[in-house]
Write a protein that binds this ligand. Structure first.
Ligand SMILES: Nc1ncnc2c1ncn2[C@@H]1O[C@H](COP(=O)(O)OP(=O)(O)O)[C@@H](O)[C@H]1O
Ligand SMILES: [Mg+2]
Length: 280
């Protein structure tokens, strides 16, 4: 489990993270969601130590990241896998060399063992014939897979993925989401996915933290999220009118105010929104 306690971070006089406390549950897919610029990446970077928070604490399994000695922190860092926004592959290295990189940095295994591990993770993300290719020669979805392979090559206990779906088509997004979810279950990692993709939220979000302008506005599960009472969150989730109507119908159905057999088209085509009609 990772506990975020009263984290604050400013750049200049601009407050970016405003006193956020939240929990990332062990062995689950934890999602940090929010509009662009709401502070998701900055918060994530505070969690992995790429930014120093101005105040507050990050606890990994109860131990404060900031208060650890260097040796201890180095050990923890090796347990953290990170898929950066945009994959951040080394363009001048082949797929295989990219995935090998963390092993060369941190493992004392010989080449043969390292190579075996690289083959293993590339097979796990279903990339079998891309070993010798360069990032520029493969598709966006494949790049993400390489990024994921690289982030899991050291068997991390904690896996961070910043916008794993950005730039991907909806189908490929789903495949990548499912892969992240499977890996989380398979290796019991504590996974943190930063996203603004509602499909991901519903598909893989065991535990969700919603940020609004640097503050935590809501925290809960994907079962609870569509019933949240936060206006800001609802505006974020139901950004399209289509979804808003779908939600209204679901609510009415649950309250027993409409039944399933009734022609929904009538309701949708009637003037004003569903809720307005109901108020009358
Ligand atoms: N290194 C930085 N220096 C100054 N401002 C930054 C820096 N990184 C991010 N910001 C600002 O912090 C805010 C939140 O950014 P970010 O966490 O990247 O948002 P997002 O939720 O889209 O990931 C933005 O207004 C951004 O301009
Ligand atoms: Mg970001």
């Amino acid at each position: 489990m990772i506990e975020i306690k009263n984290i604050k971070k400013s750049f200049g006089d601009k407050i970016i993270i405003d006193d956020i406390s939240a929990v990332m549950e062990a062995g689950k897919c934890n999602l940090i969601i929010g509009a662009s610029g709401s502070g998701k990446t900055v918060l994530t970077k505070c969690m992995v130590g790429l930014f120093h928070p101005d105040s507050g604490e990050i606890l990994y399994s109860g131990e404060s990241f900031g208060a650890m000695d260097d040796e201890h922190r180095k050990m923890l860092r090796q347990q953290i896998g990170m898929l950066f926004q945009g994959s951040a592959l080394f363009d001048s290295m082949t797929v295989e060399q990219n995935v090998m990189f963390p092993l060369e940095m941190f493992s004392r295994d010989n080449y043969k063992t390292r190579k075996k591990r690289v083959d293993e993770v590339l097979a796990r993300v279903e990339l079998k014939d891309a070993h010798k290719k360069f990032p520029a020669e493969i598709s966006g979805g494949m790049k993400k897979r390489v990024g994921i392979a690289r982030s899991i090559v050291l068997n991390p206990k904690y896996l961070f993925c910043d916008e794993p779906n950005s730039g991907l088509d909806p189908q490929t997004s789903l495949v990548i989401d499912k892969l992240i979810k499977e890996l989380t279950n398979e290796f019991n990692t504590t996974t943190i996915v930063v996203t603004h993709d509602m499909n991901s939220v519903m598909e893989i979000g065991d535990h969700i933290v919603y940020l609004y302008q640097g503050k935590k506005e809501w925290e809960g599960s994907n079962k609870e999220i569509i019933f949240s009472k936060s206006d800001k969150l609802n505006k974020f989730i139901f950004a399209s009118e289509f979804l808003q109507d779908a939600k209204d119908m679901r609510m009415l159905e649950m309250k027993g105010k409409i039944d399933n057999d009734r022609n929904m088209e009538d309701l949708l085509n009637s003037p004003g929104s569903l809720m307005d009609n109901l108020e009358k």
